[in-house]
Write a protein that binds this ligand. Structure first.
Ligand code: NAI
Length: 696
């Protein structure tokens, strides 16, 4: 299939971009459009050109498959195409159906006319990757939709249906269907009328009080953008469209685009975007692996996790049989789910119809036999190996052949659980995060014996229910919690040395974490970490733990649920208030250890906490628990509140330079209080540092 089909329809040449799935402007498409345009211009019989796309889409913009390849920059560029269209002696019409986004919309904006179907989706979404529309979008869009609307669209990147823009000058016609036929008709009419089209670049931007409007917009956008530079750069480019001649505005846009493109934030956001796509690919599992059919789901345990897990599948239209031991627990679980849906209904996020449809897909049951016809069964019962054993032995006896058996365990050995069945190839872990109906992350735990098709099926299902699924090998804590442990431990060492919990939290929050480690502890419940540590003291006595968190738990300070933890909480409120009892506890703990507190800089706090994640992450890579460093980044970005503008811990380490990372770690090994052995850089870091390499 050629990248652009050339068709003659009466006096029009129709150029059809063909690059599934959304006709991204790959080099072959750009070349194809240019050649077809030249052909139309050279043909005296042709009076006008219609550009459109195949497969129901105009164009989704830059082809992301060419990102970071020389093809992205190769001529003809989008700018070359835009210039050729604007110089064309024959009028060019964009016939838009489906998607017209980013560079696709910018191409359309260069055309002499635009016709769209009402349902087409229009957007300049570059800001979401920390960029701005660099193909003239910031200068042309305000000239056709007005300053305010253009600013909203460009700063937010939000898609807008063409029907909503029908009253603007963006479109010369918005039709129900058949954009190409409508475009041909429009051009015939305009040619017959002898109309001379005015290019968007030559139109005047009229706004009664642009400066005053922009001043207010600056305040709002600055507050919304925080540390992200792209939204303000978008705003200043749109502002330039009001104050500068067109070509000067274009030059300004180009400069700003280059600045963003080379900036750390956009690099991080682009890394995050590509990492998420990469996570769904499993190196030794072919992408065309036949998947098992999942038409019916079973969930065991209607507690905190089981209910939330079930909701994901009900939301996706998949029937769920939910099994509990006792009627009251089952009723409570179902009531919680209904309550969640009713809250969404009250907020206007869910219709009564949808609520009823979803609840109708749920079959609560007290009998394991009810799971006999399920294609996938997820166990979310108590975190005790004996209970898991009992459940999996029963499942082995009753589940149909080929059913996938999953455990939501957060700490237990999935291989051991698989060993409770005679079908370990069908067993894997599906580690959801709480609240399971909200959190995006899903760790899919691959056991030693897990079949490739079972793994591929669950990864695809994860996507279907809107999760970001990442494969983890079997280890204590899987990817996320295993990395979290040294991070939290380091935060505790920092407090023993002289920082306060609030200083550590504030430093990490300024770095961009959604919440500092002590606030997270209070939210999740400090008793969870305590029970894990108690187990560690027995199983791995060589591990070195700060005892401060145990002292806190001995006082019953389990966190928000009891109104006190590292902070205190007023009844019904979540504001973390520093508490003198905690300060006294820390003081006496330091005295016991003979530590004279010292002042710690925020920089040291951030460095030690983040590099603790990085060192453990490197070990996970060495052990083959994670397939690639970017998977670790995805886990932290989607499940642990790591700031997107840092691209994940491993990307952040790359941006620091792994030589510098290893050097800092050696420094902590020599000087920091705490587990000095931990700070020996993982061999992978030493190797990459020596080779000048990176994780990603
Ligand atoms: P939970 O205690 O809230 O719920 C467990 C439910 O399982 C209870 O309702 C109990 O009645 C039921 N149950 C126990 N044995 C059963 C059996 N034999 N048959 C049927 N039902 C049975 O526990 P939660 O928090 O939902 O945890 C469940 C699993 O999910 C555990 O393995 C836990 O480690 C894991 N997990 C928990 C997370 C959390 O944040 N709570 C996060 C990720 C995983």
């Amino acid at each position: 299939m050629s990248a652009v089909e050339y068709r003659i329809e009466g006096p029009c040449a129709v150029l059809v971009m063909q690059n599934p799935p959304v006709n991204g402007l790959a080099q072959a498409v750009r070349t194809g459009v240019m050649e077809a345009l030249d052909r139309a211009l050279a043909d005296a019989e042709i009076k006008a050109v219609v550009i459109t796309g195949s497969g129901g889409h105009f164009s989704g913009g830059a082809d992301i498959r060419e990102f970071n390849t020389p093809k992205m920059e190769a001529a003809p560029s989008l700018h070359d195409l835009i210039a050729a269209i604007e110089r064309s002696a024959k009028p060019v019409v964009a016939a838009i159906e489906g998607t017209a986004m980013g560079g696709g919309l910018e191409l359309a904006l260069a055309c002499h006319y635009r016709v769209a179907t009402g349902k087409s989706v229009i957007a300049l979404p570059e800001v979401k990757l920390g960029l701005l529309p660099g193909g003239g979008g910031t200068q042309r869009l305000p000239r056709v939709v007005g300053l305010e609307l253009a600013l909203n669209m460009i700063v937010s990147g939000t898609p807008v249906p063409a029907a909503k823009l029908a009253q603007t000058e963006l479109f010369d016609a918005v039709v129900e269907s058949g954009a190409v036929a409508a475009a041909s008709q429009l051009i015939a009419d305009r040619l017959a009328a002898g109309e001379v089209p005015v290019l968007v670049r030559d139109r005047k931007l009229v706004h009664a009080d642009a400066e005053a409007f922009l001043d207010i917009a600056r305040l709002n956008v600055r507050a919304m953008a925080g540390a992200y530079p792209a939204p303000m750069a978008c705003l200043e480019c749109v502002a330039a469209s009001t104050s500068k001649p067109f070509d000067e505005g274009l030059r300004f846009e180009c400069e700003q685009f280059t600045l963003l493109m080379n900036g750390e934030e956009s690099k991080a956001l682009r890394h995050a975007f590509f990492s998420e796509r990469a996570a769904s690919k499993i190196p030794d599992v072919p992408s065309d692996t036949p998947l098992r059919r999942i038409d019916k789901l079973g969930v065991i345990g209607a507690g905190t996790m089981g209910g939330g897990i079930s909701m994901n599948f009900l939301n996706a239209g998949i029937p769920v049989t939910l099994v509990e031991q006792k009627q009251d627990a089952l009723d409570r679980g179902v009531a919680t789910m209904r309550g969640n849906y009713e809250r969404s209904l009250k907020k206007g996020k869910l219709s009564q119809d949808k609520l009823d449809t979803r609840m109708a897909l749920l079959t609560p049951s007290l009998s394991m036999e009810a799971l006999a016809d399920c294609d996938l069964i997820i166990e979310a019962v108590f975190e005790e190996i004996g209970v898991k054993q009992q459940v999996f032995e029963v499942l082995d006896a009753i589940a149909k052949p080929g059913a996938i058996l999953a455990s939501n365990t957060s700490t237990l050995d999935v291989d051991r659980i698989a060993g409770f069945t005679r079908r370990p190839a069908d067993v894997l872990g599906m580690h959801f995060f709480s609240p399971a109906n909200v959190m995006k992350l899903l760790e899919v735990v691959r056991g030693k014996a897990t079949a490739k098709d079972a793994l591929a099926t669950v990864m695809a299902l994860g996507k279907k229910i809107g999760k970001t699924a990442v494969v983890s090998g079997v280890c204590d804590g899987f990817i996320g919690n295993r990395m979290l442990e040294p991070y939290v431990r380091e935060a505790l060492f920092l407090v023993e040395e002289g920082a306060s919990p609030q200083q550590v939290d504030k430093a990490m929050e300024r770095f961009g974490m959604a919440m500092g480690p002590f606030r997270v502890g209070d939210l999740a419940g400090n008793d969870i970490g305590w029970s894990i540590r108690k187990r560690r003291y027995v199983e791995r006595p060589e591990m070195f733990y700060p005892k401060l968190a145990d002292r806190l738990c001995e006082l019953g300070r389990f966190g928000q649920k009891v109104g006190k933890g590292w902070y205190r909480y007023e009844p019904g409120r979540r504001d973390a208030i520093p508490d003198a009892e905690v300060t006294a506890l820390i003081d006496s703990h330091r005295r016991e250890l003979g530590i004279t507190p010292r002042a710690l800089s925020d920089e040291e706090i951030v460095s030690r906490c983040v590099l603790a994640l990085v060192n453990e992450g490197a070990r996970l890579l060495e052990e083959g628990i994670a397939a690639r460093a970017s998977d670790l980044d995805v886990v932290y970005l989607s499940g642990y509140g790591f700031p997107a503008l840092r691209g994940g811990p491993m990307h952040y380490a790359d941006s620091l330079g792994l030589y510098n990372v290893a050097r800092s770690m050696r420094g902590y090994a020599a000087s920091a209080h705490g587990d000095r052995a931990f700070w020996t850089p993982a061999p992978l870091i030493e190797k990459l540092a020596a080779d000048g390499g990176t994780f990603n």
